[in-house]
Design a protein around this ligand. Structure first.
Ligand code: ADP
Length: 399
């Protein structure tokens, strides 16, 4: 029997998300390369779930207990981790630094290299490493593969990856632009090419990943040439709770004038800024409801969000020169017709014509929302990071 299943683990500080996929079964995506909805009829997806509140009151004690719970849940569906059909575990790892640019078979050395990157991602990499260690203890014989959020952006030219600061300091402390959400940008840019009936190498795509975290990327012929997140996921677009781009001197100003410490400012910019900082809500659905009731704060939050998004669409149009498609993905991108319309309305001189009627139709499949005459295709493409991780992991271990 050939082992064709991949368990995808996304280990966060207090949660463990998992999906079990069978790479031999027809996910329409694996067959055609086209983006398709995460539907129940997608027979490649055998199981999925989440263990929350790890280490908190009412939750399991630690990641080891969380993974055992996952293993028990899978066993109860006869999909246990001891199954000979399991080919690999694919782990989402947030930061690969400059060291990891490809999916990587995990060894002791790889684990210690990922640990060395903790200073670059103090909130994420430790939890990712814990997930890896626990899974290796449970199935030491099974190939485990790390798939990095930064990897897709590692092809960015130096002109896009460098900050214009003292080079010796930057190099010594790894201060450069790495980018995140790479698994999603990779998947969505390829799926957009497929939607257009083209090869990824033939198209230039601007991907707008708008979830609670949000980032934009410019993808030329399948290669990412710029992205909006930088050293950390704080840079770039306005997000649910993060400021995105600000003048770095805001930090000095707040330290000197408001007497805030580094950790206070970190907390302010990462957790109490963005949409929530501007209007108290970070959920775009709630903001939409408040705007319908003429709430001025919600309107301002929406306007600042959209203004930043338009600036990145313009910037990446210039970076790419020729744009074939703009793809919206993640919670806001897939669901908010209002954000999509406000981001692109009036850009007809750039060849971008969004179709108000098509844009307003809700749907779960990848689809075009531009007019038939639009030079730039505008697409809504549901992201599927778990499938991308499973495919990348399987490609390393398949017989
Ligand atoms: P993440 O994975 O970054 O936590 P998601 O991609 O799931 O986030 O996106 C979550 C966000 O999507 C929510 O905060 C909400 O603002 C937005 N969202 C979800 N559904 C809708 C909807 N129907 N309309 C507008 N926004 C939505």
């Amino acid at each position: 029997m050939t082992a064709t299943r991949v368990l995808v683990l996304n280990s966060g500080s207090s949660s463990l998300k998992y999906q079990l996929l069978d790479m031999a079964r027809p996910s329409p995506t694996t067959l055609t390369g086209a983006a398709t909805p995460r539907s129940d009829t997608d027979s490649s997806r055998l199981a999925s779930g989440i263990v929350e509140r790890i280490g908190e009151a009412g939750g399991v004690a630690d990641h080891s207990a969380a993974l055992k719970q996952v293993a028990d849940e899978l066993s109860s569906q006869s999909l246990g981790l001891d199954s000979p059909e399991l080919a690999a575990v694919g782990h989402r790892v947030v930061h690969g630094g400059t060291r990891f640019t490809e999916p990587t078979l995990i060894t002791d050395e790889v684990v210690s290299e990922i640990e060395k990157l903790v200073p670059l991602a103090p909130l994420h990499n430790p939890a990712n490493v814990t997930g890896i260690k626990v899974a290796r203890e449970l199935r030491p014989d099974l190939p485990q593969v790390a798939v990095f959020d930064t990897a897709f952006h590692s092809g960015m030219p130096e002109a896009a990856a460098r900050y214009a600061i003292d080079r010796a300091t930057a190099d010594r402390y790894g201060v450069r632009r790495y980018g995140f959400h790479g698994t999603s940008h990779a998947y969505v840019s390829r799926a957009t090419a497929a939607l257009l009936g083209k090869e990824p190498s033939e198209v230039n795509v601007i991907v707008l990943h708008l979830g609670n975290g949000a980032s934009a990327s410019a993808v030329r012929g399948g290669v990412c040439v710029d992205t909006s997140m930088g050293l950390t996921p704080l840079e770039g677009l306005v997000m649910g709770t993060r400021s995105g781009d600000i003048d770095p001197a805001v930090v000095f100003h707040l330290a000197r004038v408001a007497g805030l410490g580094v950790d206070d400012i970190d907390d302010l910019l990462n957790k109490r800024s963005g949409l929530v900082g501007l209007c108290g809500d970070n959920d775009m659905r709630e903001i939409g409801r408040r705007i319908a009731e003429d709430d001025a704060d919600a309107q301002l939050a929406f306007d600042v969000y959209v203004h930043r998004l338009r600036k990145y669409v313009g910037a990446y149009s210039a970076v790419l020169g020729r744009v074939d498609a703009i793809a919206f993905t993640a919670g806001v991108g897939e669901n908010s017709a209002a954000v999509r319309e406000a981001a692109l309305i009036g850009l007809e001189p750039l060849g971008i014509e969004i179709d108000a009627v098509r844009n307003a139709v809700r749907g779960s499949a990848a689809r075009l929302v531009s007019t038939r005459t639009s030079r730039v295709a505008v697409a809504v493409v549901p992201t599927d990071e778990e499938l991308e991780i499973a495919q990348q992991a399987y490609s390393l271990v398949r017989p």
